[in-house]
Design a protein around this ligand. Structure first.
Ligand code: ACO
Length: 328
C-alpha cells in the first residue's frame, strides 16, 4: 500500500499577543525576541482548549480532503497539552466531528508528536489495518508555560494542524508516485531533563505531596545544539535511505522552534532559506501543531505542486526527533 496525504487543515486562535504585549509582563523586548528567535507574535487561546482547536483543524482537513467524518477509521492526535488525563483528546475530537466509525487515541512526543503520529498512521496503512486516518498535531502551550519566565514564555504559541491520510494501491518503493516514501523516528530518554514539563497533580494524602502545577523548564542552549545537529543528520539519513538527494527536495517543512535553528539547518544542508518555509514570526513555536500548520499554509497558498518532494522534520522534548519524506 501507498500512503497519500489527501487533505490538510489548521486552526489558530484569534487572539494575537505581540512581543510588545509580552514586554509588559516580563523583562524582555521586541528586539531581543525577534533577533534571538524570529518570533514577532503568537496566538493565545482564550478559552478554546486543545480538543476544540484540534476539532476545528480536523474539520478543515476533512473539507479539504472531501471526506466525511464517518469515513475516518482511526484518529491519532499528537499533543503534550491535553485538556484531560482522560478521555483522550482524540476521543473528544471523534465525538465533536462525528467520526463514529473511528478508533481514537493520543500520542505524546512533544514537538515531534505530529511526525510520530504521521509515521504511525503510515505504518497502519501499509500493514493494511486501516485505509483512512485523521492525524492531528495540536498544543495549547499557553496553559503550561510559566508566564513569569522570560526564557520560555516568549517562545510558544497555541495552534492545531491536521491531515487526512489514505491508503492506495502501490508500493513505497516507487519514489516517483505520490505518497509517504520513507520515515524516521528516534528518542533519547537520557536527555529528558533538557526540556520538561511535570504532570499536574492535586497531591497525595498518603505522602502529603502538595499540588503541582508543572510548567515548561528548558535548557535553551542544549536544545539549540541538539536541534542544529540532529535535524540535518536525520534529513540526510532520510534522503540516503530513500536513494534520493537533497537537491531533489522542493521544501523542507520543519518544526518552527527558532529562525536561527532553521538557518543553521539550511547552511548545513547547503539549501536556500526559500526552500525552508517559515511561519514562526506569526505563530511562535506551536509544538505538535507547527509542522501540520505550516503544511496546511503551503497547501492552501497553492505552493505544493503534484510531484514535489517534501522533507518533513521535527524535534522536541523526550528528547525525540522524527522525519518523513513525502512525494506530493
Ligand atoms: N528577553 C530578554 N532577555 C532574555 C530573554 C528574553 N525573553 N530570555 C533570556 N534572556 C537573557 C538571559 O537571561 C541571558 O541573560 P544573561 O546573559 O544576563 O544571563 C541572555 O538573554 C542570553 O540567554 P541565552 O539563553 O544564552 O540566549 P540564547 O541566545 O541561547 O537564546 C533561546 C535563547 C532563544 C531560548 C535559544 O537558546 C533557543 O531558541 N533554544 C532552542 C529552544 C527550543 O527550540 N525550544 C523548543 C524545543 S521544541 C519542544 O519540544 C517544546
Amino acid at each position: 500500500m501507498r500512503t497519500k496525504i489527501v487533505g490538510t487543515g489548521s486552526y489558530v486562535p484569534e487572539h494575537i499577543a505581540t512581543n510588545d504585549d509580552l514586554a509588559k509582563i516580563v523583562d524582555t523586548s521586541d528586539e531581543w525576541i525577534r533577533t534571538r528567535t524570529g518570533i514577532c507574535e503568537r496566538r493565545i487561546s482564550e478559552g478554546i482548549g486543545t480538543s476544540k482547536m484540534a476539532s476545528r483543524a480536523s474539520r478543515n482537513a476533512l473539507e479539504n480532503a472531501k471526506i466525511k467524518a464517518e469515513e475516518i477509521q482511526l484518529i491519532l492526535l499528537a499533543t503534550s497539552t491535553p485538556d484531560h488525563h482522560f478521555p483522550s483528546g482524540a476521543c473528544e475530537v471523534q465525538a465533536d466531528i462525528g467520526a463514529i466509525h473511528a478508533a481514537a487515541y493520543d500520542i505524546s512526543a512533544a514537538c515531534s508528536g505530529f511526525l510520530f503520529a504521521l509515521n504511525t498512521a503510515h505504518s497502519f496503512i501499509q500493514s493494511g489495518c486501516y485505509e483512512t486516518i485523521l492525524v492531528i498535531g495540536v498544543d495549547c502551550m499557553s496553559k503550561v508555560v510559566d508566564w513569569s519566565d522570560r526564557g520560555t514564555c516568549v517562545l510558544f504559541g497555541d495552534g492545531a494542524g491536521a491531515v487526512v491520510m489514505k491508503g492506495e494501491t502501490g508500493t513505497e518503493a516507487d519514489t516517483n508516485a505520490s505518497g509517504l516514501l520513507h520515515m524516521i523516528m528516534g528518542s533519547d530518554g537520557t536527555k529528558g531533563s533538557v526540556l520538561s514539563c511535570e504532570a499536574r497533580t492535586v497531591g497525595n494524602f498518603l505522602t502529603g505531596t502538595k499540588p503541582n502545577f508543572g510548567t515548561v523548564a528548558m535548557d535553551g542552549q542544549e536544545v539549540f545544539k541538539f536541534a542544529v545537529k540532529k535535524m540535518p543528520e536525520i534529513i540526510e539519513q532520510l534522503m540516503r535511505e530513500s536513494e534520493l538527494t537533497i537537491e531533489e527536495v522542493r521544501y523542507f517543512v520543519l518544526h518552527q522552534a527558532n529562525y536561527r535553528i532553521s538557518e543553521s539547518i539550511a547552511k548545513r544542508l547547503k539549501v536556500s532559506m526559500e526552500q525552508i518555509p517559515m511561519n514562526i514570526d506569526r505563530y511562535g513555536n506551536t509544538s505538535a501543531g507547527s509542522v501540520p500548520i505550516l503544511l496546511d499554509e503551503l497547501n492552501r497558498q497553492g505552493r505544493l505542486k503534484e510531484g514535489d518532494l517534501l522533507a518533513l522534520a521535527g524535534f522536541g522534548a523526550g528528547l525525540t526527533w522524527g522525519a518523513a519524506l513525502v512525494r506530493w
